[in-house]
Ligand binder design. Structure first.
Ligand SMILES: NC(=O)N[C@@H](CC(=O)O)C(=O)O
Ligand SMILES: [Zn+2]
Ligand SMILES: [Zn+2]
Length: 428
């Protein structure tokens, strides 16, 4: 038993919000309300802290199986816990890719043993992510896949994607689409625009994303299958999404903290941790993405946590792999840059990072209510910390936010009633 006392509870989809207490018993929330009086129960004093339902990241690369030098279930879920996440969905672009039921089962078993937070596997849309043959979606869903994605690459053929959506709809799982038109993106390493010209790097135009966003919207409309658009990065994508939602087409979308806070100008020092897919875009894109979040056109903030080894990232900009780590900085960044700047309210931030993610994946969580699993995070809005490579527990140190001093950090993470992080320190 544990009684969390005096927190400001931010719980837009739950039963109680406001200053109050939360009683945890046998891994579940036993009571939540303005003031709970109990004798002999250990108390966690949370005055001055905010309590959120545990954050859920719908887009994480844990790199197992096969790429354990980049990250493991153990290291990646520890990073998640330290970032205030109590659940993550893990992408299937591993080696081998998660395209068979046995691999989903293996992942779940390993996560059960070694994971610090809940792990929900996403399985491939196509076998070996080759874009040709659709996976055995019914078997994968039965084994526990919560969604399908070929993330890391697009599904180039519209005909294959259309059939995939028909099957996914039958098995009742969403498809998470990495929107990238391959012939336009080929060879590009950053956003196509002023900075790519100035730095002499090959660009990836905004249209590479937008063409595929438009395609997925049309296919969602035709098949009725829910399509979720990963890591949106351009103002044009936002316009298309706005158009689709106005028509009731079943599409949702996510944006990453880095696409909300950095532009292509960050590439100027050739720091390869700024090399990410989709690339960091322009100022107008950031403005449109933030506006869309505030309006509810973009539903979710997801990290796209993509760890790589130091050796892989310490190459010429052209050769380094795409991706950056985000689990440990996402909440602090979003708090400072979105809530702190009046773009989102704390309740809206919780919607984007917990409520809507649970809804998308059809999983428990995202709300603090009696009887629900006790997955929650305590957040200190006044805590100031500087991001350093040494402070990160992820194996990946590839983040462009090294050296940033941020205000507002998660201080305690509880998964199923168990304290996994306290005072910024992992307990497991
Ligand atoms: N985002 C990235 O730049 N990289 C991701 C793949 C992806 O999310 O498309 C990775 O797996 O490294
Ligand atoms: Zn992707
Ligand atoms: Zn990804």
């Amino acid at each position: 038993m544990l009684l969390i006392k005096g927190a400001e509870i931010v719980n837009p989809a739950g039963s109680y919000s406001g200053k109050g207490d939360i009683l945890i018993k046998e891994g579940k929330i036993a009571a939540i309300g303005p003031e709970l009086h109990l004798e002999g129960v250990p108390v966690l004093a949370a005055g001055g802290l905010l309590a959120f339902p545990g954050l859920i990241d719908v887009h994480v690369h844990l790199r197992e199986p096969g790429q354990e030098a980049k990250e493991t279930i153990a290291s990646g879920t520890r990073a998640a816990a330290r970032g205030g996440f109590t659940a993550v969905a893990t992408m299937p672009n591993t080696s081998p890719p998660v395209d068979r039921a046995i691999l989903v089962e293996g992942l779940r078993a390993k996560a059960e043993r070694e994971g610090v937070v809940r792990v929900y596997p996403v399985a491939c849309i196509t076998k070996e992510q080759a874009g040709e043959e659709i996976t055995e979606m019914a078997d994968l869903a039965a084994a526990g896949a919560v969604a399908f994605s070929d993330d890391g690459r697009p599904v180039p053929s519209a005909a294959v994607m259309r059939r995939a959506l028909e099957y996914a709809k039958m098995v009742g799982r969403p498809v998470l689409s990495h929107c990238e038109e391959p012939t336009l993106a080929r060879g590009g390493v950053m956003h196509e625009g002023y900075w790519s010209t100035r730095l002499g790097l090959k660009g990836i135009p905004a249209a590479a994303e937008e063409i595929m966003v438009a395609r997925e919207i049309m296919l969602a409309r035709e098949t009725g299958c829910p399509v979720h658009l990963c890591h949106l990065s351009t103002a044009g994508s936002v316009e298309l999404l706005r158009w689709a939602k106005a028509r009731g087409i079943p599409v949702t979308a996510e944006v990453t903290p880095h696409h909300l806070t950095l532009t292509a100008a960050a590439v100027a020092g050739y720091d390869t941790s700024t090399k990410v897919n989709p690339p960091l875009r322009g100022e107008e894109d950031l403005t449109a993405l933030k506006q869309a979040l505030a309006e509810g056109i973009i539903d979710i903030i997801a990290t796209d946590h993509a760890p790589h080894t130091r050796e892989e990232k310490e190459q010429e900009y052209d050769l380094a792999p795409f991706g950056l780590v985000g689990l440990e900085t996402a909440l602090a960044l979003c708090w400072q840059e979105l809530v702190g700047k009046g773009i989102l309210t704390p309740a809206q931030l919780v919607e984007k990072m917990a409520v809507n993610p649970a809804r998308l994946l059809g999983i428990e969580g995202g709300r603090l209510v009696e009887g629900a699993a006790a997955d929650l995070v305590l957040f200190d809005p006044r805590r100031v910390e500087t991001v350093t490579a040494e402070s990160l527990v992820s194996k990946g140190k590839n983040t462009p936010f090294l050296g940033w001093t941020l205000t507002g950090w998660p201080v305690t993470t509880i998964v199923g009633g168990k304290l996994v992080m306290q005072e910024r320190k992992l307990l497991v």
